[in-house]
Design a protein around this ligand. Sequence first.
Ligand SMILES: [Zn+2]
Length: 394
Amino acid sequence: MTGEVPPETSKEEAADLLAKLVSIDTRNPPGREKPLAEFIYEWLESREIDAEIVDRPDPDRPQVVAEIGAGDPDAGKLVLNGHMDVVPPGDRDRWSVDPFNGVVADGRVYGRGTSDMKAGLAAAMLAGRAAESSGAVDGKLILTFVMGEETAEPGTKTLLEGIDADYGVVLEPTELHVHTVAKGLAWYAVEIGGKSSHASKPELGKNALDALFGNEARLSAYRHRIAERTHPLIGESLCTPTMVSAGTKENVIPESAELRMDRRFLPSEDVDDLDEEIDGVFDPLREEGFDVSINRVRTYEAAEIDPDEHVATVFRKHANDVAGVDTAPAGKNAATDQRNFVNDAGIPAIIWGPGTSAQSHTTDEWARVDLLHDSVDVLCRAVEDLCSVSVEET
Ligand SMILES: [Zn+2]
């Protein structure tokens, strides 16, 4: 049996570490993870934790892996995962604090990336330190700090190619609720090509914008149709038009129009099928003589594990014991790197972390210090359960 892993972390220390992580600007784009990767590597190494800088998939944007424990093959191996990149802060004037200064006030830490997801990184670091200093991990606790999550780069995917593990936790913000499923995301660019003419003689052109608007009923019918596909934990399938651009001047019939759409899909939906469905929505415009090209410009697959997987059960129990967190099954409406664990590496993984998901990507983003502190406690208890020689069902 793995022995006790006491958390040994005060709220002040947890808040200070999070503030420090936030003060290292890792905005993506362009992808400035490097100084944070170096900071995390040195922090771990100086606490006797075996860490490594990994310069794949991009040497300018290194990642960090650390391993703790005896590595007994009969004991469990748990991976904690967090992305180091954050979305840009947007208009600085709309922030009431410096987004990259890590301000601690009123039981919160403020700044870009506090909830999404540097609170998760801090939790992994502090739990890793506790596990190392306890010397009580039979199996392995593996920490992965990755690049490029916000722009769908293969950070987590690349790291997991070299890791053999039994369980994973993606430390995205869930306020300590266990999420076992995440919706997928696909962005589509639909380009419609027509023919320009003087606006006083529209009959000489082919108005691409008219074609786009004229297709609205078909798109609307499609959206209603897919909304009938639902999942008990993450709701309905969605297709939302989000951007449109067309035209060159007021008196010119537009020869092209582009529509961008955000498609949120369920684990039961296949990405290739989505492409065919969207193509079918716009195909009639081809028959009307328009050029139509459709590109899926970004994809995060959906992912799902059984809500009763051991890792999910263990985290639900301890989050409830430590912080009274509701144990009802839950899922995430947004895509995460859980898909790389489940779909690519075959490792059952949950989404679970101390941040507040409603704070993700917002102005004046914050994370709660009490949840960060509790998360370290939960992680230590979960390590005791999952990384022991005799894995017990709890
Ligand atoms: Zn995130």
